[in-house]
Write a protein that binds this ligand. Structure first.
Ligand SMILES: C[S@@+](CC[C@H](N)C(=O)[O-])C[C@H]1O[C@@H](n2cnc3c(N)ncnc32)[C@H](O)[C@@H]1O
Length: 292
């Protein structure tokens, strides 16, 4: 199960590995990604099944396909290079065309509200929360106020509109980032409800894995990676009773063994070919047999 099939690069490599009897189910929320994957994976015929669905609905998809268990699940999170490189999707801010690029940021075109809609409608406190929690942005309060002031004067519609507000407010950035990086990250997470989807996706994936099956998650920023690390640790521990409680009363059993105590990162050779792998962190967990 490739829960984020994108352009089908990982799926193609997986299909070559799983041999002539293996089947791959690929999900994505983006129709353009699914079309690209379908073209790339056509040679594998009916060994590939592609479906437009979020990985948070992975259990439902498997149920409908009559597949009780899978041997492996991959979640390669975030946006694809294809999405980033399509200016009209509004994921990119260092664009010549920022003046006309709408603030969209939806990975799933069925999502009702774009980033521009959220910025027009959300309460200032909500915008501040996104900036603080999803962008971990120093100056979240100041920028939320600046957004609120600006939208009273004129609607915030384009990438350039938002960039101007960020620049004027003088927030974000630091040594490693363009000032707008964390702002765009925060909005993207809010538009696509990414953290809730990830938590549900991991839970659904672990429920679907056969014993000794593996879940691999690749994340691209610390917020996602922290959520993956913490969730897998909790799943490996099982018991969720408060630490001071002398006897376990929750009865929860560990569901996984952690295969990568430290996240794996791309090596120098891979980075030469694909600099966008710079921030990638891969974590793997293995499903334990159900307790008797
Ligand atoms: C980094 S790309 C995956 C690239 C892919 N591994 C490849 O080899 O081409 C992430 C993909 O996940 C998709 N995506 C993001 N959130 C999703 C979700 N909740 N459910 C399914 N797909 C999602 C995006 O639309 C995007 O195509």
């Amino acid at each position: 199960m490739d829960g984020t099939v994108g352009g089908g690069g990982h799926a193609e490599a997986a299909l070559e590995l799983i041999g002539p009897t293996g089947t791959l189910i690929g999900l994505d929320v983006d129709t353009e990604a699914l079309a690209a994957a379908a073209a790339r994976l056509a040679r594998f015929g009916d060994r590939v099944r592609l479906e437009r669905a979020s990985f948070r609905e992975l259990g439902r998809v498997l149920g409908q396909q009559g597949v009780p268990r899978v041997d492996a699940v991959l979640l390669d999170l975030g946006v694809s290079s294809r999405q980033i490189d399509a200016p009209e999707r509004g994921f990119r801010f260092s664009e010549e065309s920022a003046d006309v690029t709408p603030l969209d940021m939806r990975m799933d075109q069925r999502i009702e509200k774009t980033a521009a809609d959220l910025l027009a409608e959300a309460r200032p406190g909500e915008i501040e929360r996104w900036l603080r929690e999803y962008g971990e942005l120093p100056g979240a309060h100041r920028l939320a106020r600046a957004i609120d002031d600006a939208r009273r004067r004129a609607p915030i519609r384009t990438v350039r509109d938002l960039l101007r507000i960020v620049e004027r407010a003088g927030v974000g950035g630091g040594r490693r980032h363009h000032p707008a990086t964390l702002v765009f990250q925060a909005l993207r997470i809010a538009v696509n409800d990414e953290l809730a989807a990830l938590a549900e996706g991991i839970d659904a994936a672990l429920a679907a894995l056969a014993p000794a099956g593996r879940l691999a998650v690749i994340s691209y920023h610390s917020l996602e990676d922290r959520l993956v690390k913490q969730t897998l640790r909790d799943e490996a521990r099982g018991c969720v009773c408060p630490p001071r409680q002398p006897v376990c009363t929750c009865g929860r059993q560990p569901r996984v063994r952690i295969v990568t105590p430290r996240a794996l990162r791309a090596g120098a050779e891979e980075l030469r070919d694909n600099p966008r792998a710079r921030s990638a962190r891969l974590r793997i967990a293995e499903r334990l047999p159900e307790a008797a």
